[in-house]
Design a protein around this ligand. Structure first.
Ligand code: SAH
Length: 261
């Protein structure tokens, strides 16, 4: 069968145990060479056949999967981060369905989680934002007009932009015309969790200038929102002694809320 496996954001040890086991017992691995850390292939067996899908078409990928499966060989399709985000897995699954080839998915750590860890931030701070909008600028792949950056910007929520590093001037314009203040904090995280990771805090207005200054043109995430540099946020109610939960009784002292940090 075919296993779609999340390779994590880059660091060699940011892999699930299940992903590690699937990689080590695979007879064929097809990995997304433009973004998957090749060091992960070191976990594969010496006899494993390895293909880099960066230079392949969907049809070629499916042919290799079908050929291996007809011989009873386990296939791992290794996608960066988590395969469910911009992984182009559905088109592969549909073709495997047509061919009657079974498959399963093994989740991975998405790069947007890796980037938050690198920045030391929480995307969902009470009183600042309780939502994370994951989106992208339109490129060769179109984005439905009802999902415009401007319409999402109106929420002033935390936003994470994939696949948009080459379009930062236009991105800033859209974010500002949609409703974010131009001085809203923003971050560029290049190759989150890799050894050569780079991260820069700027503002929405200075995204393009920052990327140009540090020569960041690809493999980066753009993070936008006041969670990056909060001045005041509310403490969580879950851990507040004033409130009880199914696991803990409430105690009496008043806690000032919101809390200044
Ligand atoms: N499925 C992947 C995303 C694939 S789309 C995931 O869950 O992370 C490819 C885009 O993801 C890149 O253009 C870049 O915007 C982002 N990306 C992937 N890995 C990254 C990393 N380690 N650091 C920063 N951005 C990354």
């Amino acid at each position: 069968m075919v296993n779609f496996v999340g390779a994590g954001p880059g660091a060699k040890d940011l892999l699930t145990i299940r992903a590690y086991k699937l990689i080590s017992k695979a007879g064929v691995i097809i990995y997304a060479g433009s973004l998957v850390n090749p060091e992960l292939l070191g976990y594969a067996d010496d006899t494993c056949k390895i293909y880099n899908s960066a230079a392949m078409t969907l049809e070629e990928v499916i042919d290799i999967m079908a050929d291996a499966c007809s011989k009873g060989i386990e296939v791992v399709r290794l996608h960066t981060g988590d395969p469910c985000i911009y992984g182009a897995i559905k088109e592969q699954m549909d073709r495997l369905d047509e061919l009657g080839i079974p498959y399963a998915c093994c989740p991975g750590v998405s790069s947007f989680c890796g980037a938050a860890a690198s920045l030391g931030i929480e995307y969902t701070l009470p009183g600042i934002s309780q939502s994370v909008i994951i989106t992208r600028m339109e490129g060769r792949t179109s984005v439905p007009s009802r999902e415009s950056i401007e319409s999402f910007a109106a929420h002033n929520a935390t936003m994470v932009l994939f696949l948009s590093t080459g379009m930062l001037g236009r991105l800033s314009q859209k974010l500002i015309s949609g409703g974010y203040h131009k001085d809203t904090p923003a971050a560029i995280v290049y190759k989150a969790t890799w050894d050569d990771e780079k991260k820069y805090i700027c503002t929405i207005d200075t995204l393009e200038a920052t990327a140009q200054k540090y020569n960041i043109t690809r493999t980066a995430l753009i993070i936008v929102g006041n969670v990056l540099t909060p001045v005041i946020y509310s403490r969580s109610e879950l851990y507040n002694p004033r409130f009880g939960t199914g696991y803990r009784k409430a105690s009496t002292p008043e806690i000032k809320n919101p809390e200044k940090i």
